[in-house]
Design a protein. Structure first.
Ligand SMILES: C[S@@+](CC[C@H](N)C(=O)[O-])C[C@H]1O[C@@H](n2cnc3c(N)ncnc32)[C@H](O)[C@@H]1O
Ligand code: SF4
Length: 375
């Protein structure tokens, strides 16, 4: 299993919480940027002839903001430069304020078969406060264009003045509009983003309040038949994101475009976050990498455990042994002893008990602190 991630760094407006590589004022660069991206696809593809890719994911930024013919062009280039499996999952992130019938038609022509829509909240005042360019009605319109399509909805928790009732309205809107998958993310407040001021002023819910909103949302989603398969991700049976599951299985993926990360042949590497530098490097025929590291030995084992424990499947013990030649019990004896009450063994899989999954970070600390030699 391997995936392709494509980063589109343009947005109509910068949301107050957003720390992604996304620019609100550079849409004029879109054609030139995509020409570079097509070239990077060719460069990467030439080196990965021995791979078959099962998923493609257009993320951002706002992929639905740029002219849709550029997405079609990217898909044509991907098909030319990479080998895709027979039924690849091809996802595109979409902002409800940037969509119309003509765009949807072009996406379908390009082979996009899954959409991820950023709703965040169904409460218009909160959307405005976040600097979102859409309201709840725009979301309803966007989903009406996607009737019969497989789409997911992003929801955020921990917003200013957000109540359980607001979370209920948001989830119920997504359910009513036919979302087969819902991602529910707790707001991460990054220093340097405008929302950081609200945080400093104590205007955002604290972590206990966010945990309560999460528990409430989790129970509601369960009632509506969405199963939690990762701490922030819920899906109707069979609608889990294959692309993201591959990340959590520590599968390989190639990231193309500004700030895109990759994990191939045991190496993690990330492209530059600087748009000019990205374009200059690609035009000159170089990869614009800023970081690259070999993940080996104990680091690779910890990474495997950390990613797997976020999911309902947990660590598959036989796969672990096959990947590393050692067992989980041999590698993490101290952590396993200390966390035993949080864990559950289901056949061959060791996972975090449902009631503790939201607090997985505090459980993972024990695994991170496991005394180890280099192996
Ligand atoms: C790249 S955005 C999705 C597409 C599009 N840019 C949009 O916002 O509609 C991916 C998702 O990450 C989540 N997200 C972004 N910044 C976040 C933050 N600081 N904390 C929590 N979730 C965040 C949002 O739910 C967002 O929909
Ligand atoms: S639309 Fe999405 S990527 Fe763009 S600024 Fe808002 S959250 Fe960030």
């Amino acid at each position: 299993m391997a995936g392709i991630y494509i980063h589109i760094p343009f947005c109509r407006h910068k949301c107050s919480y957003c720390d992604f590589a996304s620019f609100p004022d550079k849409i004029d660069y879109a054609e030139a940027y995509m020409a570079c991206l097509y070239k990077e696809l060719k460069m990467r593809g030439d080196e990965l002839k021995d791979y078959v890719f099962d998923t493609v994911y257009f993320g951002g930024g706002t992929p639905s903001y740029i002219p849709p013919k550029l997405i079609l062009g990217a898909m044509n280039q991907i098909k030319k430069c990479f080998t895709l499996s027979e039924n690849p999952e091809i996802t595109l992130e979409l902002n409800p304020g940037t969509i119309g019938q003509a765009k949807v038609d072009t996406y379908k022509q390009a082979g996009i078969n899954r959409f991820s829509i950023g709703l965040q909240t169904a409460i218009d005042e909160q959307l405005e406060d976040l600097g979102r360019i859409h309201n709840a009605r725009d979301y309803v319109y966007a989903t009406s264009l996607l009737k019969g399509e497989n789409f997911s909805t992003d929801v955020m928790l921990g917003l200013k003045n957000q109540t359980k009732e607001d979370v209920r309205k948001t989830i119920e809107l997504a359910v009513k509009c036919g979302s087969k998958h819902i991602s529910m993310y707790a707001l991460t407040v990054e220093d340097g983003t405008p929302i950081y001021t609200d945080y400093l002023n104590g205007e955002l819910p604290d972590s206990d309040e966010v945990a309560e909103l999460y528990d409430y949302g989790y129970a509601l989603l369960k009632d509506y038949g969405y199963e939690r398969y990762e701490v922030s991700n819920f899906a109707k049976d069979g609608f889990e994101s294959k692309h993201n599951l591959n990340y959590w299985k520590r599968g390989e993926y190639i990231g193309v475009g500004l700030s895109a990360s990759s994990f191939m042949r045991g190496k993690r590497f990330t492209n530059t976050f600087n748009l000019d530098e990205y374009m200059k490097c690609i035009i000159s025929g170089f990869y614009p990498a800023v970081t690259s590291e070999d993940v080996k030995g104990w680091d690779a084992k910890f990474e495997y455990v950390m990613l797997a424990l976020r999911t309902k499947y947990g660590v598959c013990m036989s796969e672990y042994k096959q990947a590393f030649g050692t067992t989980l019990a041999e590698d993490f004896p101290v952590a396993l002893k200390k966390t035993v009450k949080y864990l559950q063994l289901d056949g061959d899989n060791l996972r975090i008990k449902d009631e503790y999954l939201y607090t997985q970070n505090s459980i993972l600390i024990y695994f991170m602190e496991e005394p180890h030699e280099n192996g």
